[in-house]
Design a protein around this ligand. Structure first.
Ligand code: GTP
Ligand code: MG
Length: 203
């Protein structure tokens, strides 16, 4: 897919304040610092479109980016940031629970997983939450440029094993690097395919 335009639209504190134009949207979620905002910049080819940081907890709201005037990429605040207070963790829980359970335009969710480390409980729990609520998802392994390929493949194998305990069929998985652009075509191709299915359903 060719990205002809990518623009920031709005930051929202909850799903009710998000755009109401019915365009399909694709959300990016995962642990703080896993590379959600960086991946959005890599996919769109617009550096600095989504704000990134070396410190976890940068993205705090629901951020909509309009792509090709047709669909949205949604950058979300990450989970698992150890230094957040209990109140802000509770706020995050409510904001994200409501978003994932109530946002009708949500078409596919990309759960980002750090390819450098073995499966983390918090990621498995989040994937289980989406799965048990019937939210369609794709797993995206990030930062594949940082470790030896053998390490990365080992961690992916462990993730598949862990997920097999919850799922009879594994979700699609895509390997990426925001540094090198690896995985960009695969991810955009998947979005294009899903967009086509959505359009066929509505016309
Ligand atoms: P929060 O908004 O805090 O939840 O974090 P985030 O998931 O949006 O992470 P962000 O995109 O801000 O990236 C965090 C750090 O990881 C930054 O220093 C990025 O430069 C770095 N990073 C992200 N993706 C990659 C990647 O694919 N490769 C490498 N080498 N670094 C990456
Ligand atoms: Mg971010």
């Amino acid at each position: 897919m060719i990205i002809r335009s990518a623009q920031f639209c709005i930051s929202s504190p909850n799903y009710r304040k998000c755009p109401q134009d019915g365009r399909p949207e694709y959300a990016f979620i995962g642990r703080s610092n896993v590379g959600k905002s960086s991946l959005i910049n890599m996919l769109t080819g617009v550096k600095g479109l989504a704000k990134t940081s070396g410190r976890p907890g940068k993205t705090q709201l629901i951020n909509h980016f309009l792509i090709n005037n047709e669909w949205y990429l949604v950058d979300l605040p990450g989970y698992g940031y150890a230094r957040t207070s209990r109140t802000s963790r509770e706020q995050w829980d409510k904001m994200m629970r409501d978003y994932f359970l109530c946002r009708e335009q949500l078409t596919n969710t990309y759960v980002l997983i750090d390819s450098r480390i073995p499966p983390q409980r918090i990621d498995l729990e989040f994937i289980a939450f989406l799965g048990s609520n019937g939210v369609p998802l794709t797993i995206v392994f990030t930062k594949t440029d940082k470790e030896k390929q053998r390490e990365v493949m080992g961690n992916i194998k462990l993730m598949k094993q862990a997920l097999s305990e919850q799922w009879s069929e594994l979700p699609p998985m895509i390997l990426t690097s925001s540094l090198t652009g690896y995985g960009r075509d695969a991810l955009l191709e998947q979005i294009e395919t899903i967009n086509r299915q959505v359009n066929n359903q509505t016309t």
